[in-house]
Design a protein. Structure first.
Length: 305
């Protein structure tokens, strides 16, 4: 990746000639992220968007990601956008602690509050459906002869059964992040902030919660606690748990497509195949659990209130 510091210095007013230090931030699986430090102590985040990610269907168009990042900042949960550059963003540096799996489990109520702030903010300019995304990734795998995990085709009827059950009583869509891996959550003195809007779009809020639960490896009790923290009751627990399954199933193919079509990314050496296998194993485990039928029944029945 070319060092973008010089390009940024040339186009950002007031930065010409300033001593700036570029430090690559590892952890992202697609785009390139760096911290920029000035000699006088100011700090920013530079997010350079890789167009191959959009071309492979692994992220929304770059202009839409930029627009959604601006909207999330207006909601008070995303980082403030300092400058918009061709194919890149200069963002506020959010001072805080990047969460990991144990930290997300310890801050369930704070994470739910951050989601509520984002969901109550300005609507995004695009919509997102995990089921449409699953079909798109399947089509790309078939078109490019990418190998699916063994048994993946066998569980697709169950995924479509989940879709039909959730569609019986849809919830109003809200602006969602849709990719809340633990590292996209930062704990600050003012609550949890949310960064990186690569897959953002208006969506069912229960997918947001299910995705958090999938990425943090929540057990059913933790899923119920997260749902209760967001909604104030347990009524939507089955819907969140079904979305957890769909997150693991669909992101299995995200890793397959990334490895097959992008082949390199922000984390050289990352084992995309192992990640795909792990997510698929979790989805298969939950699809085969005796509670799966009860979850379907739980979202089919009329809601109270």
């Amino acid at each position: 990746m070319p060092d973008p510091v010089g390009d940024v210095r040339d186009v950002v007013a007031g930065w010409a000639g300033r001593p700036l230090t570029f430090t690559r931030i590892t952890g992202g699986l697609s785009h390139h992220v760096a911290r920029i430090d000035s000699a006088d102590g100011e700090r920013w985040i530079l997010r350079v968007l890789d167009p191959r990610i959009t071309e492979a269907g692994l992220g929304i168009p770059l202009d839409q990601e930029i627009a959604n990042t601006v909207a999330a900042a207006a909601a008070g949960v995303g980082p403030r956008v300092v400058h918009v550059l061709p194919g890149a963003l200069v963002l506020e540096y959010v001072e805080g602690v990047t969460l990991d799996v144990p930290a997300v489990a310890a801050r369930i109520e704070e994470v739910a509050a951050a989601c509520r702030r984002l969901h109550a903010g300005p609507r995004f300019g695009n919509d997102f459906s995990i089921f449409r995304t699953l079909r798109d990734y399947l089509a790309r795998c078939r078109a490019h002869d990418l190998a699916l995990p063994a048994g993946f085709e066998d569980v697709l009827p169950l995924a479509y059964e989940i879709e039909a059950a959730l569609d019986r009583r849809p919830l109003p869509s809200v602006p969602c992040h849709n990719d809340l891996i633990c590292g996209n959550l930062i704990a600050t003195g003012d609550g949890v902030r949310i960064v990186d809007y690569q897959l953002s779009g208006n969506n069912d809020p229960c997918f947001e919660l299910g995705d958090i639960a999938a990425e943090a490896g929540f057990d059913p009790g933790q899923v119920a606690r997260l749902t209760r923290a967001y909604f104030g009751d347990d009524e939507h627990v089955p819907r969140v748990r079904l979305n957890l399954i769909m997150a693991n199933l669909t992101w299995t193919l995200w890793f397959v497509v990334h490895q097959g079509l992008v082949r390199s990314g922000a984390m050289p050496g990352f084992d995309y195949s192992a990640e795909a296998a792990g997510k698929f194993a979790q989805a298969v485990r939950d699809l085969g659990d005796p509670s799966f039928g009860r979850l379907l029944d739980g979202v089919r029945k009329p809601r109270t209130g």
